[in-house]
Design a protein around this ligand. Structure first.
Ligand code: BDR
Ligand code: CA
Length: 334
């Protein structure tokens, strides 16, 4: 029996790979996608999600969610905050390349999101669910944080929450934080403490289970739309990693969000999953940090935190999904 899943995405290159994987896996029934800002404003992440479902030929409903954090940017200026970050410019053939382009390289769609906001959808759907649902939030946790704030009882129908976010030894947004958690620490802390089974897929794991250029070649040999599209997105990510964030394996990229979906398909893809107390730093230096209680006399354990992943198994899972695609869509390479 496939597992019912809701993905919460800020699509985004690695979100797009995660969506393809979830749509195509026989082990997953994707009941909806919620969208959130993060990699791009929510208008773009929603449109990207809709055009990808259109390209894949599936009719999964999309619920548009938050365009900013629950509270954080009431006291931080978002624009100023991001402008202060030092990001290397990556140029390829005279053009600037981004980790996440504003629009996915596929045909536009006239599909629209559902009327109900994402946070309300969580409450409505989970309160009426007749079987448990797995949630895979791979962007800022705002939608789910809001839903849990107003309806904490929804955890009764949550099988598990698989979060792409955080980092113990590896960070990317600040010296102490990963992007998804940095964007909305309060929401992340609400989810961390909600009482459902929470699995964290942090940078420690996603930087181990990487995708290489050779893996992209393997995707392209499969030849379906999903395989070509995901190869293109992964190649862009590899280029960006090479320019500004090189990983241990040369010419490789973390494709974070897709590793969460791979875990739902086959939990053994995460190879060092530790039961720990996780909490999120909420102010000053350390804001957005996932703090793991390492002490023997730890605070109550509230989550599972992954430290490693099996990159070969991950690639096999992706290939199995890509082979199943029957879409006739095309990648519009720039
Ligand atoms: C996370 O941040 C986003 O940019 C990616 O899509 C991923 O979810 C990695 O830090
Ligand atoms: Ca994401």
């Amino acid at each position: 029996m496939p597992r019912k899943v809701i993905l919460d995405v800020d699509t985004g290159s690695d979100d797009a790979v995660a969506l393809c994987e979830a749509v195509l896996s026989p082990d997953i029934e994707l009941v909806a996608a919620c969208t959130v800002w993060g990699n791009q404003p929510v208008e773009n992440t929603t449109d990207n999600t809709l055009r990808l479902f259109d390209a894949l030929g599936v009719d999964v409903p999309v619920y548009k969610g938050a365009n900013t954090a629950m509270t954080k940017y009431l006291c931080h200026d978002y624009v100023e905050f991001n402008a202060n970050k030092i990001r290397p410019k990556a140029m390829k053939d005279g053009k600037e390349v981004h980790m996440h382009s504003a629009h996915l390289p596929i045909a536009p769609t006239d599909r629209k999101p559902e009327d109900m906001p994402a946070a309300c959808f969580y409450v409505d759907y989970l309160r009426h669910a007749t079987e448990k649902v797995t949630l895979i939030p791979v962007g800022p946790l705002t939608n789910l944080g809001l839903a849990l704030r107003i309806a904490p009882d929804i955890i009764e129908n949550i099988e598990e929450i698989v979060i792409m976010g955080g980092g113990s030894k590896v960070t990317n947004a600040d010296p102490w934080s990963e992007a998804n958690i940095m964007h909305d620490p309060e929401a992340a802390q609400i989810v961390a403490e909600c009482g459902a089974r929470v699995v964290w897929v942090p940078l420690d794991a996603t930087h181990k289970a990487v995708i290489t250029l050779d893996d992209c070649k393997r995707f392209r040999e499969i030849g379906t739309f999903a395989a070509n599209f995901c190869a293109y997105e992964c190649e862009q990510r590899i280029f960006m990693h090479d320019v500004g964030q090189p990983l241990d394996i040369p010419h490789s990229a973390a494709v974070h969000d897709a590793l969460c979906v791979a875990y739902v398909i086959d939990p053994t893809v995460l190879t060092d999953l530790r039961h720990v107390h996780v909490e999120v730093g909420l102010s000053g230096y350390g804001e957005g940090q996932t703090i793991i209680d390492q002490r023997a006399y730890t605070r109550p354990k509230n989550g599972w935190f992954a430290y490693d992943g099996d990159r070969f198994k991950f690639v096999d899972i992706l290939c199995d999904c890509f082979k199943r695609d029957k879409s006739t869509a095309k990648v519009i390479e720039e």
